[in-house]
Unconditional design. Structure first.
Length: 257
């Protein structure tokens, strides 16, 4: 196994990160919504394209695949979804895939909620989670239910706390603003906010985060905590008692925050 790799964010659009797992010779690219910055990245570093991982069908995650593969033909992996055309390799929940060149094994985790066929890739201490989990937040429920999102985030919560979480958007500061409203007395969140603000002021990404960090600060992963339950109940105007109802309430609250 090649242990001498790093993971670098390639900025795209307004706030996307296309993640590149790479060494000095090759790269695996995650969710290339735009081909141009990825092609530039590969050319500048003289890297070959080993593979592409896709988490879900949204255009800002798959829009660059065709052009990228024309410039750098490579295998790519995607969930079973007719909206992702021509994927040479479809992946399913629990499947293990091995990344070409790097010989890193990744486990596919089905994480419906943001979309109905969303998947994440976990291995070697890394989680590429697309738009399911963000630093201090989670994805909108475009196609799935609060119950599905709760189950997906609970699956992430069972991963080791030191798992590095590579989210697909730099939403951290806006997510923190809402998280402070949802759990205002969370001391870990207050500390995280100060660090994240300093990072952004210095032009540094706030990502990756970690599973342990998110379990400490993310209201969507803390829907069973008393402070989050109290805030959700106050916003709903009724007593909420189970984490799924709490998550549903705070997700709708966040949509209009």
């Amino acid at each position: 196994m090649n242990s001498a790799f790093q993971v670098t964010p390639i900025p795209a659009f307004d706030d996307n990160y296309i993640w590149a797992l790479h060494d000095e010779r090759a790269a695996v690219i995650v969710d290339p919504g735009d081909a141009a910055p990825v092609i530039d990245f590969l050319q500048e570093r003289r890297l070959s394209l080993a593979a592409i991982l896709v988490t879900h069908h949204h255009a800002d995650h798959i829009g660059g695949i065709d052009a990228l593969c024309r410039a750098h033909p490579a295998p790519w992996f995607a969930p079973e979804d007719e909206r992702i055309a021509n994927a040479p390799r479809r992946v399913r929940d629990g499947e293990r895939i091995r990344l070409p060149h790097f010989d890193i094994e990744m486990t596919v985790i089905a994480v419906p909620g943001h979309t109905r066929t969303h998947v994440a890739y976990h291995g070697a201490g890394m989680l590429f989670c697309g738009d399911t989990l963000f630093a201090a937040g989670c994805g909108r429920l475009f196609e799935g239910t609060a119950q599905q999102m709760h189950a997906s985030l609970s699956a992430f919560a069972r991963l080791p706390d030191d798992t590095r979480v590579y989210c697909a958007h730099e939403y951290t500061l806006s997510n923190i603003r809402f998280a402070r409203a949802a759990e205002p007395d969370n001391a870990a969140l207050i500390r995280f906010e100060a660090a994240a603000r300093a990072q952004r002021e210095n032009g540094v990404p706030t990502l990756p985060t970690t599973i342990g960090q998110e379990k400490a600060i993310n209201p969507f992963m803390r829907a069973g905590e008393p402070g989050v339950i109290a805030s959700a109940s106050a916003h709903a105007g009724r007593t909420l008692t189970d984490p799924v109802s709490v998550l549903a309430e705070i997700r709708e609250w966040k949509n209009h925050f």
